[in-house]
Design a protein around this ligand. Structure first.
Ligand SMILES: [Ca+2]
Ligand SMILES: [Ca+2]
Length: 659
């Protein structure tokens, strides 16, 4: 590699050479030029001698694969890239079209990959009126990766990790040289040093706990102090150096697959970070919706009163109703889909076909490079549904089993259900999304546990499963990195957290919970809800990853969660069974999960006092049962005359196996 001319990118490093390198390749037999390459001196001299010559600093994607897609769009960054001619040395790699930015900082190159392509490195030459440059695109055979792109199933349990706050597996990357001053564990908004190796080192802990799928908040490069959360990327093809390397992420996915665990990648097609180089110099005038100076702000122009709704509580959710409303004119929706999130995050123009291709290729590249099993998709409603259909089509053509879980932060199932794939909406579009997170159940469960709302509110949400094409794939949860933790909210007790776990791990769907909840880690609003796990850092006095290191209170919660996860793992009805709501009122919800093999009854009781509930079983799949031993919790159930008499302690979850 020639010093000073090396081009670093996120994955394999394409050799991006500047200036007159192309002419060198052609004239390689010339001994004078060879001497020049060897020293590197004359290259720099020639470059400075011809400041108008083109120079390629970056190629996105940095590499590609044989037989993956019929074409690929490259985005070259550099200078003086107004090309008059681009060609590649491989016969099966044909340049079909190019387009440069007016400032010459970007060049798009669309390549057609022929059916006879067997791989190799395409060396492509750019000619402009003022000089030449070359770049390379390695095109390799697809690799076998254990368990690659397998998707998640109803048997899975998702565990959300913020890698910077989980465990520090490599202290050498705590403060990368390019980001001085970014690391400080005492500052809640700084990087704390957690990383991908830290996650990998605790796979045994997670396996023992009983979770099967890891969702990591974004691992792409952010770097800037305070962007430890990952949602403000500056490079969509690089792993953030605080978190490790691409090889670290590949190793993590491999190690997880070896343990029969899966990994979800947090993807953010809606926006990039304000410090992404594109923000100041977009590759196309319409690469974003608007400019840093002139853009809409993401947020509905409507008030809740437009629909006669109360103002949203706790975490603000936008008036997404307008997005799913066939009667609202487009201008009432445009702020949400074209506005800049938080008023500062450059919003990708997902109506531009080149943006669609860039983002789809980027997700294909991560899937192919790492073997990941699915995507958690950020800010889902803020992107047009046409885009989601196109993005999913591009991915599923290659990875039919890939799962996608979308963030639709809204309490109303009429809103969230509109985004699930599997059927067309009134707009004629099928988003193809596997499932949204079950935010309506989240809002209801928090209201029941923390505000004393009737337990029947849960049933009121669950009855609206009729709106979803596939309610079984919904992801129930009670908190994440954007919400307060149940431990830490006013009036919190361990019993309420147990109730929250009790519901999401037994009701229909693929449950998700947030790192640290299994030990009752407290946390108020952001960033307090993103504390470090005690024991994730060598210098920590306490190690909550070990039984001996946990406090009594932490151990009690950990035992509860792991025991319930074990019951779920042992009983298919709790994972795959049909849900029957048998009884509910102010404090109690009794439901059954039924498969052909087994029937389970769950009694969820929020009242402070013990109580007895009589549940009629006539005309239910349970009417022939004779006994119902408790397999979890301390409740008791007696069956007689097609009724079930359930006695449960205050604030408890009990699970019974009907026989
Ligand atoms: Ca570290
Ligand atoms: Ca948008």
């Amino acid at each position: 590699m020639i010093r000073g001319l090396r081009c670093v990118s996120g994955g394999k490093e394409p050799r991006c050479n500047t200036g007159t390198w192309g002419t060198r390749v052609r004239a390689f037999a010339g001994m004078i030029l060879l001497a020049g390459v060897a020293t590197g001196i004359s290259l720099r001299a020639q470059e400075s001698a011809n400041p108008d010559a083109p120079a390629v600093k970056k190629v996105e994607p940095p590499n590609w694969w044989v037989g993956l897609t019929p074409d690929v769009m490259l985005l070259l960054s550099g200078k003086n890239l107004r090309a008059t001619h681009v060609s590649c040395n491989l016969r099966e790699v044909v340049v079909s079209r190019t387009q440069s930015s007016d400032d010459g900082q970007y060049l798009f190159v669309w390549l057609k990959l022929g059916p006879e392509l067997h791989g190799g490195t395409a060396v492509c030459r750019i000619a402009t009126a003022r000089g030449e440059a070359t770049f390379e695109l390695p095109i390799a055979a697809r690799q076998q990766i254990l368990g690659r792109n397998q998707g998640i199933s109803l048997d899975d349990v998702i565990y959300l990790i913020m890698p910077d706050r989980f465990a520090n597996g490599d202290s050498l990357n705590d403060e990368p040289a390019e980001f001085p001053g970014s690391h400080d564990r005492a500052q809640p908004h700084a990087y704390h040093g957690g990383d991908l190796r830290g996650v990998e080192q605790h796979l045994d802990y997670l396996k023992d706990l009983g979770v099967t799928t890891l969702w990591l908040t974004p691992i792409v490069k952010n770097g800037v102090a305070q962007d430890y959360h990952g949602y403000g990327t500056t490079d969509l093809y690089a792993v953030d150096p605080h978190l490790g390397t691409l090889a670290d992420y590949q190793e993590l996915v491999q190690a997880a697959h070896k343990q029969q665990m899966k990994v979800l990648f947090d993807v953010v097609p809606n926006h990039v970070g304000p410090r992404h180089p594109w923000a100041a110099h977009p590759p196309m005038p319409d690469w974003f919706h608007g400019t840093p100076e002139h853009h809409l702000k993401a947020g509905s122009p409507l008030k809740g009163s437009f629909y006669g709704l109360p103002d949203p509580k706790e975490i603000t959710n936008d008036v997404f109703e307008s997005l799913v409303d066939p009667h609202t004119p487009p201008q009432l929706r445009r702020n949400l889909t074209e506005g800049w999130f938080a008023g500062i995050l450059p919003d990708m123009n997902t109506e531009n076909p080149a943006v669609v291709q860039y983002l789809a290729q980027n997700s294909i590249w991560w899937a192919e490079t790492t073997g990941l099993d699915g995507y958690r998709i950020d800010t889902f409603p803020y992107v047009s549904r046409e885009f989601w259909a196109q993005w999913h089509t591009a991915l599923r053509r290659i990875y039919p089993r890939l799962s996608t879980i979308g963030e639709v932060f809204h309490p109303d199932p009429t809103v969230t259900s509109f985004y699930q794939g599997g059927r067309k909406g009134w707009d004629g579009i099928d988003t193809q999304l596997t499932a949204p997170f079950d935010f309506p159940l989240y809002f209801a469960l928090r209201d029941v546990l923390l505000n004393g709302a009737p337990a029947g509110k849960l049933v009121n949400i669950l009855r609206q499963d009729s709106l979803y094409p596939h309610p079984e794939f919904l992801v129930p949860f009670f908190g994440n990195h954007d919400t307060t933790r149940i431990s830490g909210t006013q009036g919190e007790t361990p019993a309420r957290l147990k109730l929250a776990f009790g519901l999401i791990l037994t009701v229909r769907g693929i449950p998700e919970f947030y790192y640290g909840d299994e030990i009752g880690m407290p946390g108020g609003r952001d960033p307090d809800n993103r504390r470090d796990v005690p024991g994730g850092w060598r210098e920590d006095e306490q190690n909550a990853f070990t039984k001996i290191g946990r406090t009594l209170k932490q151990e009690e919660m950990h035992e509860f969660v792991s025991a319930l996860l074990a019951v779920r793992a042992q009983h298919p009805a709790l994972r795959r069974g049909k849900l029957w709501s048998l009884a509910s009122d102010d404090t109690t919800y009794v439901f059954m999960r039924e498969t052909e093999e087994e029937r389970m009854v769950v009694a969820f009781h929020t009242g402070k006092d013990a109580r007895e509930i009589v549940v009629p079983l006539l005309d239910t799949p349970a009417q022939e049962a004779t006994i119902a031993p408790a397999i979890f919790g301390t409740g008791r159930a007696e069956l007689a005359g097609k009724t079930m008499r359930v006695r449960v302690p205050g604030q408890s979850v009990s699970v019974f196996l009907l026989q």
